[in-house]
Design a protein around this ligand. Sequence first.
Ligand code: GAL
Length: 682
Amino acid sequence: MNPNTPWPDLSGIAYGGDYNPEQWPRAVWREDVALMREAGVNLVSVGIFSWALIETSEGIFDFSWLDDVLDLLHESGIAVDLGTPTASPPAWFFAAHPEARVITRDGTVMGFGSRGMASHSSTAYRDAIVRVASALAERYASHPAVVLWHVHNEYGVPVGEDYSPQSVAAFRVWLEKRYGDLEGLNRAWGTAFWGQHYTDWAHVGAPAAAPSVVNPAQRLDFARFTDHQLRECFIAERDAIRLHATQPVTTNFMANQSWGTDLWAWAPELDIVSDDHYLWAADENGEVGLAMAADLTRSVGKGAPWILMEHSTSAVNWQPRNIAKRPGEMARNSFSHLARGADAILFFQWRASRAGAEKFHSAMLPHGGTRSRVWKEVVDLGAKLGMLEELRGSRVTADVAILWDFESFWAQDLEWRPSVDVQHQERIRTYYERLWRDGITIDFALPGHDLSDYKLVVAPAQYLLSEADAANLTRYVAGGGTLLVSFFSGIVDENDRVHDGGYAAPLQEALGLRVSEFLPLREGVRSELDWHGDGGTAGRLSADVWQEDIEVTRADTVASYLDGPARGGAAITRNAHGAGFAWYVSTRLDVAELRTVMSRVYTDAGIPTSALPEEMEVVTRHGSEHDYVVAINHGVAPAWLSITGTELLSDAEVDGTLELAGGSVAVIRTAPSREGGGAPRS
Ligand code: GAL
């Protein structure tokens, strides 16, 4: 991130959404801007899928309609986040360059009639994106409406990996750079196994579908390569824009819904980080997943204010059952993003489409028009955000970090693992949810980061862990940190090779144990643990999916298996190492069962927990003069917050206690705390 690049030139918290006026006759545009003003909209994203209407044939541009749209928006005081339309190349492009079509792992050549970029390695595509981005930047660099550039749309979605011939050729070049010579590649990929030894670069290919499982190191490298190619496409467009324009440049991530891009590597390339977030209808605690995505977005952006580029006012249209948001839910979602550092709350999209694949997706202005509940809530939210200008730039801090490592996920998600029931996303979400319910604010981090400011680091799913990163974690503990490691962590190195010395070997010193054997359980089988506890907390815990045969070398056993293949053995351990503690949890505990373990871990880490009901989400943003406590009651019953300050949405003074009705939100300006981060304790 470039620290010198200003936030888009806007006043207040940004509010608005994707605006696709090209789908509507001009008469509708005037109504659009009038209604945008009524709703308090001050920023819209334009042109994201407009390539075919801007460059009508190769090198021939028609900016007339876009000129008029931008002028109209500017006259109405609405700023523009101008998209480059490169996620949706026109029909003429594919007709002229059929070789630019993406080929999937099973050999299917992707057709036209949808959206999704062409091959990230196609020279024709790369030339074309630079041409259209340059043309847009040249024309609109000094247009007064344009305050931000929105490159592409959701890199890696709907297609990331490409198995076309040009991609395979580029993969070879990338591999030669990484490994220098074929021997290096043979070693890293372990090609002695199954007779895969290479003698000629020309024989090295992409890991296309094959009779059985393909070399996992090859697949991991292909994931890295794909991420690299996508990022190169972004950088090419960004640099083309920067040649002409000075406004900040962003692209919209899908923080925790798409795994193809390593956001830690992407964020430093952006001037401002943005994220798109959609609730999973099947997730009954969607607010937890939402908070997790928001915290991840803030973390990859090093805590700087970020943009919620898209979310929905109500139902989406692409899930099996698209559940409408209930009254107040859209506002709670928006405030949760705001609480976690977003200074812009935007939606997909402004006006619901009448035609096309997304016509049943909700919008700020739904098919039901201005008489609808959604519209009324949109206007109400705009008015509320309009009262919160002073929150801009304030920041969230956290005492706890959860490790989130895309490379480790790519490796862990490959085939032939010990149990299909072990999923990195599930473990991270479960630990995150426990902390969320305990009122603790969370950052995400990589195992190689400087973790010394955190009181607690949780590693729910760090399957791939380099020796260097393991040493960093060990140092963190020795220096006084508390580390919790969940099972199936520290298993392989950067090339998906099992560590010398066995499972979790690089963490042996910190954890004070050795893992001798994995003992996965049959589907649905539960196992009981004897929690030895201390201070009278002894009892039983219930787990499933996984046990391990652990050889304890130095750690204390805090829980042991009462049944199953590891019966009698250590299940949960705690090791004093240097000035800190390292915990190891060798089985799967759910959110409720984790409560016992985590409350003991918080004690080691010196982290106070909240006494508020679990449905209360309370996060503090620290400003230069004040703190801002954003409180959201996701429950139905009222809750009481111990706090003194001014509630900004009602402009009411709060002296000691604030009552929050079920479903409501509040934003309280308070005196700055010295604590930094976390929920206020009641
Ligand atoms: C996003 C995408 C938008 C729209 C939205 C619908 O992933 O960027 O263009 O399709 O989903 O939920």
